[in-house]
Every structure is written in structure tokens, then in C-alpha cells.
Design a binder for this molecule. Structure first.
Ligand code: MN
Ligand code: MG
Length: 673
């Protein structure tokens, strides 16, 4: 139990005890019930006495342009996202709290089609208001820091976007000129701010308090956005910058210092230039609370259980209150501080923290909204919402070949090829100047929409011609982020062997055998682009669904070549993939998390959008780099969606003919091996 909710319990007896217990029970049932009960039973300011003030510190983080509860890729409403939803929690808290402040923790400018629309289509002219700034102004944010994604569209776009903000935007570790120490850097935006605030104590008396805020961003921005930043700005280590500035803020009279740490909760030990530095940051003397982010997780929550210096029960890091409010407006972070003044000095005498969700997931995986949208926030960007809808629905590029996935499991396929092309395009740039630059770069991608349990309509299908942003959601279903792993040739081969487990073993010389193992999900059928190979279906799968070697004599992958010669099993390769695969999803050999050499901040989907915008016209035609090994006199049956009839003639590298109807609305083909 946290300090503030139970203050009265500690001071008196059973009635308050009941209130405390009840409020927690209500809290578990959901936010609406909880606030109602708090307002009735637990007006927080009643807990403060003379010279004690209760301050509610609210955080949003990683909004990524999600203002309306709307998924522009899918072109539909969603209850799991949107500042407008979190705003309703802000209003509730403001209505019940005597003292409150509201900060954003960065990554506000980029991350959905509204952000791309502003950057790629509309642009920021002098005097323009950026919609996220409009929304933050509407909700009267008190301050914000910069996240790494603020730099995605370049410095000029960023600085023009910030002009309209009615609140300070701070960042202590990004500078235009490096000085001898952090405090003599010429920072891009103010490194910190000390804000005077009137605060009301437990008996209604007004006091002055000076709240110090200091902001941080992962120094990896210099790699992630090198093309925008190199030669223009410098990034310092987060902890180094904090150690230098916090004493200065204290000298300037900061009574309380809150770190706006756009940085995750990672290792406890400080390492130079660490990207997830919130734990060593919290240890710095003078910092009283840490607003965390960047990880897109929730703190306090079990996600961070068992980490050194992290207490998920009390919501603290190194004993300091901390919070991380999910992402896209999924939560509002709240840190409650009980402050006490004596002799003009303030100190924190109690605290608690929580992240309040805007929705809950039901047992059937559906979601239920826990709050309504705040109308003022919706209205403030209604015109930009409409403009974004028009943007996602109209062409941003063209494709010179149809993008479909009807045959993605039996032949090299355009819907998979385009993902690999975009991944290679992006990772090539990211690895420039690193030790991995010279290694052969391959790319792994799997068909996400390929029938199966999704049904006969569940396929990617974009005809030749215009490609709209909303089509990209169809090409890349999941909000994965890009990763690169370094593997051996042997691991490349075993990776493919694991993929080939999607096929049933076939008996040579027999007709009409079913090709696919229905229990093997298509998203685990990785095609690796950049190598050439054949799959021998007469062999048993070398690996089981847990990635365990079960047939050590079996090799389904044959004729594996790279650059025209046999693939060297001892050689090193880099494979572009996604965070799911790279960190062990699907149990692929060479992809257990230990081989990751590059962690991108960008989603695969964003990379595909950028690739299409960059290229104008894309040519996703598959290159038939993989085929089935010939097994004369053998045929297999394969079911796919009925619309496949329009494109079956495009399929390369496989002899395929219609074979009537399959089950449940699918159509059937016969493949002669
Ligand atoms: Mn983010
Ligand atoms: Mg290919």
C-alpha cells in the first residue's frame, strides 16, 4: 500500500482503513469506478496538513501523434489509443486535485500517418501550427521534452513545429555546440526549466514552490537520424548531463526536480551513452522523481519486476517515484508527491505512482474503453484529422506489379519482397559507418496475411497502380520495429530450415498430398532475400515448433547459394528482420536475442511508407529466389483465397493449376513438384 492513500489509515482507525481497502478494490475494477470512489472517500488534499501539499504529477509519453482514438492505417476507430482519451483522465484529476501539473515525455511528433502527412505532404511553413502542439496546448501541458522521434523529419521541421508551443520544451543532452562540460554546451532547446508554481497546502494556504524539470533523449539519435543530425547537433550521455545540470538547478532554487526521461528502464549500472538510462538517472542526488518512456511499456507493472533498484510494488527506482505511461496515449502516468515545507524549503515526504489505462482488454481479446474522448482535444485538430483521412486514402506512390499474398507460401511473392526491399534499403543506411557495414546483408520477411485461420478473404491484395498509406497496413500487419542480427551461414541455413517446417513431408511419386501444416502460422514462414535456395519436401522438418532439432540427418534446404556460389556456412551475414523474430519469436536458430547488432527505433511499417515515398514507384516483383525442389511424379494440393484466380498467371518458379474447391470458401490448386 502506498503512502498517500493510506495516510489517514496510519493516523487513525477503522473507517479510513476501510476507505483505503475499498479504493484499491475499486481501482482493480477499472478507472471510472476508482475515481468516483476516490472523490467520495479520498479527496487527496484532505490528507495534507498545514505546510503539507499534495502535488499530482501527470505524464503522457510516446504519443506518436495519436490524438484521436483512430488507427489511420486500418482506417478505423480504436479504444486503445489517443491523447483525447487520456485527456479525460487529466480533466478528472484536475477536478479533484488541489495541485497538479502535466508533462509530456517526448516522441510526440512522429509515428502515425498524421505525422507523415504534416512532414511529407503539408510541411511546416512559418506560422503554421503543428496539430500535436495544438492538442498539447489545448490540454494546457506545463512542459515537454524531446524524444528520439522528434528528430525523424529533420531539425528545421522540428524547430518550426515547436514554435507554437505554449509550454517550454526542454532537453539537456542535445546541443548545437559542445562545451568543455555539459553546462557550457549550446543546447538545441533549453536544457532545463525552473518553474514557479503556487501550491495550496492542507489547510488552504498558498505557498510558492519552484519545480525544476530537466529533459533527456537517447544519444543514439546520432545514429538513428544521422542524415539529419550529423554535423548539426551533438548528443551527450544522459547521466553525465544530469550530473552536471542538477546542481545548477538546485542553485537556481529548484525545490523539487523531476526528470523528463525519454529513456527506458534498463540496466542499473551506468554505461557511457546508454539509451535506456532511467535507472542510473534516478540514483542521482537531487532528482526527486522520474518520468520514463521510450520503451512503450507501463511502469509500475510486472514488466519490470526483478530488476535491480526497481520496485514495481511501490513504483520506485532507487527509491524515487517513477512512472511510464505506455504509448500512444494508452495510459496517463500519475505520480503523487506529498511535499512538506519548513523554513522555505520543500521536501518530498511521501509518494506513489500508477499508470491509469484508457481501455481494458477483455478475455476474448476485444477491448472496452474506460473513458470517453475529451471533445476539446478532438475539436482542436478536427481539420487535421480529416486531412489525414484523405491522405491515407489517396495514393502516395505507385506499384508496377500487383502486391498480393495468395501464393506467398508456395512461391517467392511480391508482398514479402516489398518488405525485404524496404528493410534492406533502411538497414543499409543504418549500418553505414559501423563495423557491420561490410558484411553481406540479407533480409527476412514472412507473409502475415495468408489465409489460414483468417479465412479465404484474409490476404494482401493491392492491384497495379496507386498505393495508398492504408495499403501499407495490409502489407505489414504488426507494429514491429526493425532489427538486424549477425549470424553465420550455418544459422542462415537453419533459419530457413525452421521456416520450411510449415510444409508437410510429402512422399515422392504420390499425387494429391496436402502441402501445408495447418498448425504452423504463416508469420513464422520467413523468406530470406539475398540468398537462393530450394526446399526439398521429401525430407522431414529439421526443427520442431519450439525450434528444437528433431531430425539431425534431415535437410530440407538444398542448393543454398549466395552471390552465385555455395553459401559459406562459416561466413558472417547480417539479416534485417523485426524485433519479434530477433528476440526469439518463433524460436529461429540464430535469433534468440543474443545476435542483435542493430535495434531500430522505427517500425517496419514506417520504413515501408518511407521507402514508397522515397521511391515514388516501387517494383515489388518477386525474384523467385526460392522454389521447391523438383520431385518428378509428385504433386501437392494447396488452398488459397478465391481472388487468386486473377493473379495465378503471375506466379513464378512453380507449376500450378486449379484443382477445384477447397474447404470453407478456399479454392484449391495442384502443384507439380
Ligand atoms: Mn516512442
Ligand atoms: Mg525474393
Amino acid at each position: 500500500m502506498d503512502y498517500i492513500r493510506c495516510t489517514r489509515y496510519r493516523m487513525s482507525h477503522s473507517k479510513e482503513n476501510m476507505g483505503c481497502t475499498m479504493s484499491i478494490a475499486f481501482n482493480r475494477r477499472g478507472f471510472l469506478a476508482a475515481t468516483a470512489s476516490f472523490a467520495a472517500l479520498h479527496p487527496f488534499s484532505a490528507n495534507a496538513v498545514a505546510n503539507q501539499a499534495h502535488l499530482r504529477v501527470m505524464e503522457t509519453t510516446d504519443l506518436h501523434m495519436h490524438i484521436w482514438p483512430y488507427d489511420y492505417y486500418a482506417d478505423r476507430e480504436r479504444d486503445t489509443m489517443g491523447l483525447a482519451r487520456a485527456a479525460s483522465i487529466v480533466r478528472e484529476i484536475r477536478s479533484e486535485a488541489t495541485n497538479s501539473v502535466l508533462y509530456d515525455n517526448g516522441d510526440f511528433l512522429q509515428g502515425n500517418p498524421m505525422g507523415d502527412y504534416m512532414a511529407y505532404e503539408r510541411g511546416m511553413k512559418d506560422g503554421d501550427m503543428h496539430p500535436i502542439i495544438t492538442a498539447l496546448n489545448t490540454l494546457e501541458f506545463d512542459a515537454s521534452t524531446l524524444g528520439n522521434h522528434e528528430f525523424n523529419y529533420g531539425l528545421d521541421f522540428l524547430m518550426k513545429s515547436l514554435v507554437g508551443a505554449n509550454f517550454p520544451v526542454i532537453s539537456a543532452n542535445v546541443s548545437k555546440e559542445l562545451g568543455a562540460d555539459p553546462t557550457s554546451d549550446v543546447t538545441l532547446v533549453p536544457p532545463y526549466v525552473v518553474m514557479d508554481k503556487e501550491i495550496v497546502d492542507g489547510i488552504g494556504q498558498t505557498h510558492q514552490i519552484r519545480i525544476g524539470l530537466i529533459g533527456f533523449v537517447p544519444p543514439q539519435i546520432m545514429m538513428w537520424d544521422r542524415r539529419h543530425l550529423e554535423g548539426n547537433v551533438h548528443a551527450r550521455d544522459i547521466v553525465d548531463a544530469a550530473r552536471a545540470y542538477v546542481p545548477v538547478m538546485k542553485e537556481q532554487g529548484a525545490d523539487v526536480i523531476i526528470a523528463l526521461s525519454h529513456s527506458g528502464i534498463g540496466a542499473a549500472r551506468h554505461a557511457e551513452f546508454m539509451g535506456n538510462a532511467s535507472v542510473p538517472l534516478a540514483a542521482i542526488e537531487g532528482i526527486d522523481a522520474v518520468l520514463s518512456g521510450h520503451h512503450h511499456n507501463v511502469f509500475p507493472s510486472a514488466t519490470y519486476a526483478g530488476r535491480p533498484a526497481v520496485d514495481v510494488t511501490n513504483g520506485t527506482i532507487h527509491g524515487k517515484p517513477a512512472v511510464m505511461a505506455g504509448f500512444w496515449g494508452s495510459h496517463l502516468g500519475v505520480i503523487d508527491l506529498m511535499l512538506e515545507t519548513s523554513g522555505g524549503e520543500w521536501r518530498v515526504v511521501g509518494h506513489s505512482s500508477e499508470a491509469r489505462p484508457i481501455s481494458k482488454r477483455n478475455e476474448d481479446r476485444s477491448t472496452t474503453a474506460l473513458v470517453e474522448s475529451d471533445q476539446a482535444v478532438l475539436d482542436s485538430v478536427a481539420d487535421m484529422h480529416d486531412a489525414t483521412l484523405a491522405y491515407v486514402r489517396r495514393a502516395v506512390g505507385k506499384t508496377s506489379a500487383p502486391l498480393h499474398s495468395y501464393f506467398a507460401l508456395v512461391a517467392d511473392d511480391p508482398s514479402v519482397q516489398i518488405v525485404s526491399r524496404a528493410q534492406v534499403w533502411y538497414v543499409t543506411e543504418m549500418l553505414k559507418g559501423t563495423e557491420f557495414e561490410g558484411l553481406p546483408l540479407l533480409s527476412a520477411a514472412a507473409p502475415f496475411k495468408a489465409g489460414g485461420r483468417g479465412g479465404p478473404e484474409y490476404y494482401t491484395d493491392v492491384p497495379v497502380g496507386d498505393v495508398a498509406i492504408k495499403n501499407v497496413a495490409d502489407l505489414y500487419l504488426y507494429p514491429n520495429t526493425v532489427r538486424a542480427v549477425k549470424v553465420t551461414g550455418q544459422q542462415v541455413k537453419d533459419w530457413l530450415e525452421r521456416s520450411a517446417g510449415i510444409f508437410n513431408q510429402v512422399t515422392p511419386g504420390k499425387d494429391g498430398q496436402l502441402l501445408l501444416n495447418p498448425d504452423f502460422p504463416s508469420y513464422n514462414f520467413d523468406v530470406i532475400d539475398g540468398v537462393q535456395y530450394k526446399i526439398d519436401l521429401s525430407q522431414p522438418s529439421r526443427f520442431n515448433s519450439r525450434g528444437e532439432l528433431i531430425a539431425s540427418d534431415s535437410h530440407r534446404i538444398v542448393d543454398l547459394t549466395y552471390n552465385g556460389g555455395p553459401l559459406d556456412l562459416e561466413a558472417e551475414f547480417v539479416i534485417a528482420t523485426n524485433n519479434y523474430r530477433a528476440s526469439g519469436g518463433g524460436y529461429f536458430p540464430g535469433a534468440d536475442g543474443s545476435t542483435i547488432v542493430f535495434e531500430a527505433p522505427d517500425t517496419n511499417r514506417d520504413v515501408i511508407v518511407r521507402y514508397i515515398v522515397d521511391q515514388g514507384t516501387i517494383d515489388p516483383a518477386a525474384d523467385a529466389n526460392w522454389t521447391f525442389k523438383e520431385l518428378p511424379g509428385t504433386s501437392v494440393l494447396f488452398d488459397t483465397g478465391p481472388k487468386s484466380v486473377d493473379v495465378v498467371s503471375d506466379v513464378k518458379g512453380v507449376s500450378i493449376e486449379p484443382a477445384g474447391e477447397g474447404e470453407d470458401g478456399f479454392v484449391r490448386y495442384r502443384i507439380d513438384l
